[in-house]
Design a binder for this molecule. Structure first.
Ligand SMILES: NC(=O)c1ccc[n+]([C@@H]2O[C@H](COP(=O)([O-])OP(=O)(O)OC[C@H]3O[C@@H](n4cnc5c(N)ncnc54)[C@H](OP(=O)(O)O)[C@@H]3O)[C@@H](O)[C@H]2O)c1
Length: 266
C-alpha cells in the first residue's frame, strides 16, 4: 500500500487513462478525488473503487469554467485535510490542419481553456495547501508529440507545451518548499480521445490500462518525467539538430497518414 494515507486528485477521471489510473492508485491505498464533467461516469468509477475496498470522492465539474473550478478547489480543500498529489489529466484534443484553422482561433482558445487555464487555476488553488504541508506533487498528462515536431495538432500541442512550461517554472520556484512535478509524455493511447480520429484505428497504441501505469509511476516515484524511448530520442534530436529533425520528419508524417488511411480503407 505505497500510497496509504495519501490523497490524490485526478482530473479527467471519468474515462480513459484518468479512470484507469484512479482505480490503480486507490488499490495502492490512496484516497482518490475524481474530477470531470460527466457525473454518471464519475460515479461508476467511484463505485468501482469503493466496491473494491478503496476510498474515492466524485466531483462533477467543467474545468474550463473559472468559477466552477474555483468552487471545486474550495470544496476539495474544505473536505480533505491533506492533498498530496494533483494529476492534471483532463484534456481535449483537436486534430485540424493549420490551413483549415485560419478562421478558427476559438479552437486555440478552447484547448487552452481546459488543457492550460483549467489546470493552472486548480494548481494555483492547491499551492497554499502544498506549502502549508511542506509537500505537494503535480503531475501533467502531456504528449510525446510535444517532444518532436508534429503536424495537425497545433492548438492541442501548444496548450500542452504551455502547461509543461508552467509546471516546470512552478517546480523551479517552489521546489525548495517541497513542490515537485512530473510530466508524462504519453505516446498514442487507445481511448475516446484517440478514437475520434478514424485513421487511428489502424495505428498500434498503448492501452489505457498500460498508460495508467505511467501515471502511477509519476505519482509513486515522482520522477521529473515519464517518457518513451522514441520521445526521449526525439528530444535529443531536437536539442542537437533541430533543423534536420524538423525537415526529415515532415515527409515521414505525410507518408504515415497516407498509409494509415489506406489500411483503414482496405
Ligand atoms: N489518448 C491519447 O492518445 C493521448 C496521448 C497523449 C496524451 N493524452 C492526454 O491524456 C489525458 C487523458 O486523455 P484520454 O486519452 O484518457 O482521453 P479521454 O478518455 O477522452 O479523457 C479525457 C478526460 O478529460 C475530461 N475532460 C474533458 N474536458 C473537460 C472539462 N472541460 N472539464 C473537466 N474534465 C474534462 C473528460 O471527462 P468529461 O468528458 O466527463 O468531462 C475525460 O475524463 C489528456 O490530457 C490527453 O491530452 C492522451
Amino acid at each position: 500500500m505505497k500510497l496509504s494515507g495519501q490523497t490524490v486528485v485526478i482530473t479527467g477521471a471519468s474515462s480513459g487513462i484518468g479512470a484507469e489510473a484512479a482505480r490503480k492508485v486507490a488499490r495502492l491505498g490512496a484516497t482518490v478525488c475524481l474530477l470531470a464533467r460527466r457525473a454518471d461516469e464519475l460515479e461508476d468509477v467511484r463505485a468501482c473503487i469503493e466496491t473494491a475496498g478503496g476510498s474515492a470522492y466524485a466531483y462533477a465539474v467543467d474545468l474550463s469554467d473559472a468559477a466552477a473550478t474555483d468552487a471545486v478547489a474550495a470544496q476539495l480543500l474544505a473536505e480533505h485535510a491533506r492533498i498530496d498529489v494533483l494529476v492534471n489529466n483532463a484534456g481535449r484534443s483537436i486534430r485540424r490542419p493549420v490551413k483549415e484553422s485560419l478562421d478558427r482561433v476559438h479552437d486555440y482558445e478552447r484547448t487552452m481553456a481546459i488543457n492550460y487555464f483549467g489546470a493552472v487555476r486548480l494548481t494555483l488553488a492547491l499551492v497554499p495547501r502544498f506549502l502549508e504541508q511542506g509537500h505537494g506533487h503535480v503531475v501533467v498528462s502531456s504528449s510525446m508529440s510535444t517532444q518532436v515536431p508534429i503536424p495537425l495538432f497545433s492548438a492541442y500541442l501548444a496548450s500542452k507545451a504551455a502547461l509543461e512550461s508552467f509546471t516546470r517554472s512552478l517546480t523551479a520556484e517552489l521546489g525548495h518548499d517541497g513542490i515537485t512535478s512530473t510530466t508524462v509524455y504519453f505516446p498514442m493511447v487507445r481511448t475516446e480521445m484517440s478514437g475520434a480520429t478514424p485513421i487511428y484505428q489502424a495505428m498500434p497504441m498503448l492501452s489505457a490500462d498500460k498508460a495508467a501505469n505511467w501515471l502511477v509511476k509519476a505519482i509513486v516515484d515522482k520522477p521529473t518525467r515519464v517518457t518513451s524511448l522514441p520521445g526521449a530520442m526525439g528530444e535529443l534530436g531536437m536539442a542537437a539538430l533541430p533543423g534536420v529533425v524538423t525537415k526529415v520528419s515532415q515527409p515521414l508524417f505525410r507518408r504515415m497518414d497516407k498509409s494509415l488511411a489506406k489500411r483503414v480503407r482496405d
